[in-house]
Every structure is written in C-alpha cells, then in structure tokens.
Ligand binder design. Structure first.
Ligand code: XMP
Length: 529
C-alpha cells in the first residue's frame, strides 16, 4: 500500500481560494507564490504545459504568469494553452508572462535597442478620464522605481487594454484590461527592489481577483485537522521525529487531529549531531505530550552504508532503511497504517516531478522505496519553511523547537563525502559541535539559517609542532536564507572563523585544515550531497 498523495495537505485540496503561478522558468516563481501567500491567498506553482482543462478542474481564483529567460520570438519558447483566456479568470503576467499575454491577445512584443536591467524609473500615464494607474497601480506615486530585467519589451498592449505606465525603454511597462481580467507588468513586483511591488500583487489579488485574503496559519490548521481526520479515520499513525522542526510540527498537527492514535518514533540512526538523540527525546517529552518511542538503529544504518559513496545512492539507502525500521516497529505500534512525514513544499519541488529536474532525492520524498507498507500523511506538503515555523507557534510549540535550525533527514551522512563510517561520524560530530558552539557564543545563531561542518574525503599535508601531518579538512558551511530555495553564504566575522578553525584543528584528531564554503545557492546547494 503506497500513497504519496497530498490528501492531507491543506491548500492543494481546493479548500482555499487559490492563485496558480505558471512557472515560465523564472528563478522568481517561488518568490511570486510566497508574495501571494503573504497577501493572504494560497498559491501553488504549476508548469506551462498545464492545459486549460486542468486549470479549470483546479478552479483557481486567478493566474499569474511568471517571468522567464526565453524570448517569445524564438522557436520552442514556453507558451500556454490559449484556452486559458476563455476561462474567465483574472491573469497577471510578469515580464515574460506579460509579453506572452500581449502576444497571444493582439499586442506586439519587440526587441528594444538595449534591454533594461536593474532599478529603473517608471512613470504612470494619465487615462482619458484624468485618473492614472488603473487598478494595478492606482494610488501609487506618478514616478516610482521598479526592478527590470528584460531584453524584449511590449510595444503594443493587448487589444482594448489600457497602458498604465512607461519607462524610457519600455513603452508599455504596465497594462490592464479589467473587462477581460488581463493584467501585465514588464517589471518584477515580487522582488524587494521594487518598493511598491507588494502593493501591485495585492491589487491584483484583492481587486483583480476579488479575494479577501483569509489564508493564514489558523485557517491552515483547521483545514489540515479536518483533512487528516478524514484520511486517517480510526486507524493508527506513526510519525518519525528527526530532531528538525518539520517533523515536530507535523507531529503536533497530526496529534491535534487524531490524538492518541498517533505515536512518534525517534530513530537513532547513529547519524545525528552530538547528543542530539538525548536532546530530542528530552525536549519533545517536555513540550509535546505525545507518546514517543525510541529505536536504536545505528548499526543497521552503518551496515546499509558500507561501500556507498554516491550521494543519491546514500539518500536512497537511508530513505529505504527508515521505512524498514518503521515497518519493523509496527507491531509495537498497534499496527499503524499511516506514516506521518514532515515533507515541505521545497522538498517536493526539489525532488523533481515530470517537469523539474531532480536535484536531490529528499529522504522523505524521492528517497522512499516503491514498496512501502504505509499510507503517507504529509500535512506540510504545501508549505514553505517559515510558514511551518509560524504554524508550529500557532500550535503552541516553544521557540526552542520552532526556531531550531533545519537538519536533513539523512543526517550527517550527507555531510560526509565518500563512505560513511562510525569513526568519520564521530569526527564530524566533534567538529560540528565546535562550529555551532562558536557561532552561538558570537551571538550569530539567530541570523544564520544553518551552520555546520562537512568532512571531505581528501587529505592534505600540514605541520603541527615539528611534525608533518597528512589529515582531512573540515569545511565550515553557514548560510542565510528565507526558505532554503535560495541561500547566501553567511558573512561570519574573520575572528569567529579563526576561533572555529583553531579549535577544530587543535581539538579534533585527524583534522589538519579548515576551509570556509563561500558558495551561494544557486549554484551550490546548502548541503554538500
Ligand atoms: P539543499 O542541500 O537541497 O537543502 O540546498 C535545502 C534544505 O533542505 C534540507 N535537506 C533535507 N531535509 N530531508 C530533509 O528533511 C532531506 O533529505 C534533506 N536534504 C536536505 C537542508 O538541510 C536544507 O535546509
């Protein structure tokens, strides 16, 4: 019995008014979805290949076409089923999305002499009745800064549309046809460099789509509780606790729905951070009031990882073993039919689907074996991390749990490059502990999304005392991020890095060099594997 359904994920089920974001390949599609949610409306990302019928079936309240790197003039540029314009839905196009709306509705898109990139000054144009700005830009200053990133530009707005604004290189910087519900902006309202951008998105949502914006964490809880009860019925469920915030919030939410039908299982994989097992059990026991059992599976995990070096193979081996451990524990767990997982929306996107490349098989999504003896309950599947944190607080979880740094399901295994052994885990635990301790001492923990050590399987020559050393390096990784979809390397002060480096080299046997990872995401990922 395998069900990877999103049956219990509030949002994806049509319980809320939804705006779908059609992703034309922009790095900003996630950001658009987040901005819509910030305006109090549930939003999901869909590929351009979605047909008008499928959109109609999903019954959204509006559509947003994202920007994208292509030119509408090249063969094979992503397009959308023109049938969407007959659905009577309000549509906002952003950059490429606006150009596509223009091209498909009687407007024209031309090549300007030079593109516009970065901050640009935009002027509102007066309408025939003396007003300016229309629905999208009404009430905004007549001159304002917007963020542009385009080469092609709309030269003629779609039939009957009103041109609302222009810049020196974009004669149609914004347009709208309220009768048909078509809206377009050449600039990017979703980025912070467009100061009035959120106003534009809100205008589209509230005025264009007529939505009040009542999607918030308390409505998500009510809806999720109902969905979980329907899905699970009288059966029992188990939830694997990893020590991260996602599984803790998922457990609390499911517990609210089905109470004692839920048992949490902490699997000690041997791949946790120093003392983490004890801490999780202690914190969880103190705050959550849910039945918890602990399974010591370290030996099984190390055995499964012998000789495994390829990152995806590692993730799959770990994902599979988690399930086997849960299945073995089933007898003790009143024959639970359901497995609760703290899968998040970014995990779903990054694990790939028919439209997106697999970047990593997150152990709780793509890392699952095909034959599993549980149906899945994934109540956070449609949420971003910061939304999960807010949900956790709303459920009454303390900051100690809700503000914890994320920790990957496969644990330290994805921070040990090459084969994973108990000795390497012990080395990494020690170094990782120092890195996080020094960051905390420097008072920087709150500013950092994740900070940890990575153990590389290369060796280099050094000198300690008068002796030659030939040891492994530790790489320090610390990033800032809003939701893990993108991240920047953290500008940790040199003196803090120096303390970390000298402590790691002096205190951790076998380590003779420390490097700091200055790669953002993209092009890197946060974890090394
Ligand atoms: P990456 O390395 O993909 O990580 O940039 C993004 C965020 O996800 C966490 N991560 C995981 N979380 N299961 C999880 O529950 C996994 O398999 C997994 N892999 C990465 C990572 O720590 C970061 O916060």
């Amino acid at each position: 019995m395998k069900s990877a359904s999103a049956a219990s994920a509030p949002g994806g089920d049509g319980a809320f008014d939804t705006v779908l974001v059609v992703d034309f390949g922009a790095q900003y599609a996630q950001l658009i979805a987040r901005r819509v949610r910030e305006a109090g409306v549930y939003s999901e990302i869909v590929p351009p290949s979605i047909g008008a019928d499928e959109i109609a079936r999903r019954a959204p309240s509006g559509l947003i076409f994202s920007g994208g790197p292509a030119s509408v003039h090249v063969d094979g540029a992503p397009s959308i089923d023109p049938g969407v314009y007959d659905l009577g839905l309000p549509i906002l196009g952003i950059c490429y999305g606006a150009q596509l709306i223009a091209q498909q509705n009687g407007g024209t898109v031309g090549r300007t002499d030079r593109g516009e990139y970065g901050r640009t000054s935009m002027s509102l144009l007066a309408a025939g009745d003396g007003t300016s700005g229309g629905c999208l830009l009404g009430g905004l200053p007549s001159e304002q800064t917007v963020w542009m990133s385009h080469f092609d530009a709309i030269v003629e707005a779609p039939n009957d549309a009103l041109v609302l604004a222009a810049t020196s290189d974009a004669p149609v910087a914004a347009f709208e046809d309220r009768r048909r519900g078509l809206y377009g902006v050449q600039f990017h309202p979703e980025v912070v460099h467009t100061p009035h951008g959120q106003h534009v998105i809100q205008q589209f949502i509230h005025e264009g789509c007529g939505l009040v914006g009542d999607w918030n964490m308390s409505s998500v809880i009510d809806s999720a509780v109902e969905l979980i009860r329907t899905q699970v019925g009288d059966a029992n469920a188990i939830c694997g606790l990893s020590g991260g915030v996602d599984s803790a919030v998922a457990a609390a939410l499911v517990h609210r729905a089905i109470g004692d039908q839920l048992t949490c299982v902490f699997v000690d994989t041997g791949l946790m951070r120093l003392d983490e097992g004890t801490q999780v059990i202690e914190t969880f026991g103190r705050h959550m009031g849910i039945r918890l059992i602990s399974v010591d599976a370290g030996e099984r995990f190390f055995a499964a990882l012998v000789g495994v070096t390829e990152p995806e193979a590692k993730r799959k081996a770990i994902g599979e073993l988690f399930i086997r451990v849960f299945e073995d524990a089933k007898a003790e767990l009143d024959d639970a039919a359901f497995l609760v997982q703290g899968t998040l929306y970014p995990d779903v996107i990054e694990s790939g689907n028919e439209h997106a490349a697999t970047i990593k098989s997150h152990h709780n999504v793509g890392g699952l074996p095909d034959d599993i003896d549980f149906a899945l309950v994934e109540p956070l599947r449609s949420l971003f991390k910061d939304e999960v944190r807010r949900l956790g607080s709303e459920l009454g979880l303390p900051d100690e749990i809700v503000l914890r740094q994320p920790f990957p399901g496969p644990g330290l295994a994805v921070r040990i490059i090459g084969e994973v052994t108990p000795e390497k885990v012990a080395t990494l635990q020690h170094a990782d502990h120092i890195v996080r301790e020094e960051l905390r001492r420097a008072g920087l923990e709150g500013e950092i999304w994740q900070s940890f050590a990575v153990l590389a399987d290369i060796r280099s020559v050094g000198v300690m005392g008068d002796e030659r050393t030939y040891g492994h390096p530790i790489i320090i990784r610390a990033v800032t991020s809003e939701d893990a979809m993108t991240a920047d390397w953290a500008r940790i002060p040199y003196d803090v890095l120096e303390t970390m480096s000298s402590r790691v080299i002096n205190e951790v046997p076998g380590i003779n060099r420390v490097a700091y990872d200055i790669t953002s995401k993209p092009p890197g990922t946060i974890e090394w594997e």
